[in-house]
Design a protein around this ligand. Structure first.
Ligand code: DOR
Ligand code: ZN
Length: 367
């Protein structure tokens, strides 16, 4: 090589600016629907959520369920004890609605800082056997919630065995949600983890008292994911993944800029051996990489500019809580998700276990 060629090559090498890695800085997000379980499990999953989210709505479907203000306070303390030193994370507590939850408990709950009550129709999902058998039995308690300003969070599926599993959300809207909203027009309701175009449309057309959360997995996958190359238990959750047309409608809702759609991971850890089982448990664990998975879904839709409102503003505004002040940064830099995590005596396999993720949380949080 001549001297001139070498010089030209060096110049090309030094003058070509390195391609910048796309990055995204946003207000630190919140998770408006999270399962952290109890006991040893807390030490695995709470640090994952705390690394990303400032606050999370904690589901009360423990065994036994969280049905009193005192139980919610004790549970909050156990969660707080699992937050790693130096991390800031606020668990927002909920009660579990039963046919017999006394209306008087609602005031005690509000005074204890509980923000919402979760309705599981009896038999709808994991640990829902103590759930509601008939909404009318809960009306006095719902009146107290409307009065005290506690939100109602819905697992929106009917449970009748004669209704096709894939239709249970749409039937819930017609038979339960429409009458419920007519009877409690000023009760703030969150239609949790919506999975259908019917639900997205219903929420879009509703008033300011109805919001909805969307999971990352329902934005990223349709029901084919459950059957690709064999039965895939780690994609099984309830409400179950639906057809592609529904996934597309959910992405449209999440990225639309409508402030009544917001982030709720429904990250729901189960021991791997109970998911890889003849009657595998429902629930996808996304808590280890939740905000990265949402970034991937929004990126695929060309809507990264909508992620901050969805993840960091809309939920806080709907709940009437202040927006967070800290910021996080995501980089478009691929990394491999761990195969599994220790989970008490068992093992926890996350969604995308051992696979590549496109976005990476760069900093945890900063002022
Ligand atoms: O898939 C689910 N898992 N859906 C739920 O509603 C409950 C959750 C859990 O607690 O595992
Ligand atoms: Zn859930």
């Amino acid at each position: 090589m001549s001297k001139a060629t070498i010089q030209a090559t060096i110049q090309r090498m030094t003058s070509a600016a390195p391609t910048p890695i796309p990055s995204l800085t946003l207000t630190r997000p919140d998770d408006w629907h999270l399962h952290v379980r109890d006991g040893d499990a807390l030490h695995t999953v709470v640090p994952h959520s705390a690394a990303q989210f400032a606050r999370a709505i904690i589901m009360p479907n423990l065994r036994p369920p969280v049905t009193t203000a005192a139980q919610a306070v004790a549970y909050r303390e156990r969660i707080q004890a699992a937050i790693p030193a130096g991390m800031k994370f606020e668990p927002l507590m909920t009660l579990y609605l039963t046919d017999k939850l006394p209306p008087e408990e609602i005031r005690r709950a509000r005074e204890a800082g509980v923000v919402a009550v979760k309705l599981y129709p009896a038999g709808a999902t994991t640990h829902s056997d103590a759930g509601v058998t008939d909404l009318r039995k809960t009306y006095k308690t719902l009146e107290a919630m409307q009065r005290e300003g506690l939100l109602l969070l819905l697992h929106g599926e009917v449970t009748s065995p004669e209704i096709d599993l894939f239709d249970r959300e749409a039937v819930f809207i017609e038979t339960q949600l429409i009458p419920l909203r007519r009877d409690f027009p000023e009760l703030k309701i969150v239609f949790e983890h919506i999975t259908t175009k019917e639900a997205a449309q219903y929420v879009r057309e509703a008033d300011r008292f109805l919001g909805a959360t969307l999971t990352a997995h329902h934005l990223l996958y349709n029901r084919n994911a459950l059957f690709t190359g064999g039965l895939r238990p780690h994609y099984y959750c309830l409400p179950v993944l639906k057809r592609e047309a529904h996934r597309v409608a959910l992405v449209e809702a999440a990225t639309s800029g409508n402030a009544r759609f917001f982030l709720g991971t429904d990250s729901a850890p189960h021991p791997a051996h109970l998911k890889e089982h003849a009657t595998g448990c429902a629930g996808c664990y996304t808590g280890h990489a939740a905000i990265e998975l949402y970034a991937e879904a929004f990126d695929a839709a060309g809507a990264l500019n909508q992620l901050e409102a969805f993840a960091s503003f809309n939920g806080a505004d709907f709940y009437g809580l202040p927006r967070n002040q800290e910021r996080i940064t995501l980089k478009k830099e691929s990394w491999t998700s761990p195969e599994s995590f220790a989970f008490g005596e068992a093992e926890l396999k996350p969604l995308r276990s051992g696979e590549t993720l496109a976005w990476k949380l760069e900093t945890t949080w900063s002022q």
